[in-house]
Design a protein around this ligand. Structure first.
Ligand code: KG4
Ligand code: ZN
Length: 338
């Protein structure tokens, strides 16, 4: 039997410092240090994110190795997020990973964060999830990106549709900001929406050709709705909060799933995946499951821990890249945008 492959993954593209250890795709540890510092600013402050990564990176990696119950010498490869993301944040993870790999004489693997969100489907957790079969169609939805991806193979992906402006997660977060909710607003919208009527405040669905999407109009339409409501009735937003959250959420989900269903039918694909932070959304998951039943899809939804930013997905991508011989030199640098 071949020797198992143990990969350390490091993620620092935005506001979470994360480290994980995977052995042959199985999670031995998955540690995430969040950054509360951004909540009161209504969004991620790049300078503060870089500083927090500097503080968190050493203890986070140490904790991941400790929880995995391995010795540093057991690590076969070091995978890190090369981009896209905030350059100051990426630099912290890249410098750390390079130094770690050099000091220990281990190979280094540079990972594309958005592709890693797709590869989260291949993480082997205790429930023995069945990974998607190729080719599959993936809807990658997070705070920074919204893509429809045709995945021919783990390392062969084609983006067939993308947002023309804001990401779906941004639409959630901006809508939440208008409602006075702290950053990141997506999970809070999700929670308040549970008691609300999703049909109470319909919002116009943008008319975008092909598989592309647009979310920049959502915030404006939503802000106007609230402004008008408050004009006649001070306290409108606070009183109607669950209905407003439910309506906004239903609107974003409608745009996403409308595009997904259209693309799946056009390509004749029934193997479907959702991933990225927004795929933690309860309505998106429920509606996608209902859509899967109607269309005879096999739907793949990673557990929450692998939807939002995490290092297990970086280690998973690192595992696949390493096996394909795609290692990086020690002079590899982070890239804010590919
Ligand atoms: O993948 P992720 O952790 O980071 C990026 O790569 O951007 O995604 C973060 C985004 C944020 O916009 C956050 O509000 C959103 O995912 N999000 C949610 C939920 N959980 C996280 N949006 C809606 N409903 C949720 N339950
Ligand atoms: Zn992400």
């Amino acid at each position: 039997m071949p020797r198992p492959l143990t990969v350390l993954g490091i993620e620092s593209s935005c506001d979470d410092t994360a480290a994980a250890v995977l052995r042959d795709g199985r999670v031995l540890s998955n540690v995430v240090a969040g950054q509360e510092v951004h909540a009161r600013w209504g969004g991620v402050v790049p300078e503060l994110a870089s500083r927090a990564h500097q503080e968190h990176i050493v203890p986070t990696v140490q904790e991941a190795i400790r929880q995995a119950g391995i010795a540093i010498a057991d690590i076969d490869a070091v995978a890190f997020t090369q981009g896209p993301g905030l350059i100051g944040a990426l630099l912290v993870g890249a410098c750390y990973a390079r130094s770690f790999a050099q000091a220990l004489g281990k190979p280094l693997v540079a990972v594309d964060h958005i592709k890693a969100h797709v590869l989260a489907h291949f993480i082997r957790d205790t429930e023995e999830r069945v990974p998607p079969r190729f080719p599959f169609l993936n809807l990658t939805v997070s705070g920074g990106h919204t893509q429809l991806v045709l995945v021919r193979d783990a390392l062969d992906m084609e983006v067939i549709g993308t947002t023309l402006d804001d990401a779906a997660g941004e639409a959630f977060d901006k809508g939440a900001k208008v409602l006075g909710l702290p950053y990141p607003g997506g999970p809070l919208i999700d929670r308040h929406a549970r008691e609300g009527d999703p049909a109470r405040y319909p919002l116009p669905v943008p008319d975008v050709a092909g598989h592309d999407m647009s979310f920049s109009g959502v915030k404006t339409a939503f802000a106007n709705l609230i402004r008008k409501g408050e004009l006649h009735d001070a306290g409108f937003a606070a009183r109607e909060l669950p209905h407003l959250c439910a309506s906004l959420q239903a609107h974003i989900v409608r745009i996403l799933l409308g595009k997904l269903e259209h693309a799946a039918r056009e390509r004749g694909i029934t193997e479907i995946g959702l991933s990225g932070g927004v795929s933690a959304n309860s309505r998106l998951r429920a509606e996608a499951q209902a859509m899967a039943m109607r269309n005879g899809w096999r739907l793949h939804l990673p557990p929450f821990a692998y939807c939002t930013d995490n290092a297990a997905m970086i280690a998973m991508a690192g595992d696949l890249l390493y096996r394909a011989g795609r290692t990086a030199g020690l002079d590899v640098v982070p890239v804010a945008r590919f």
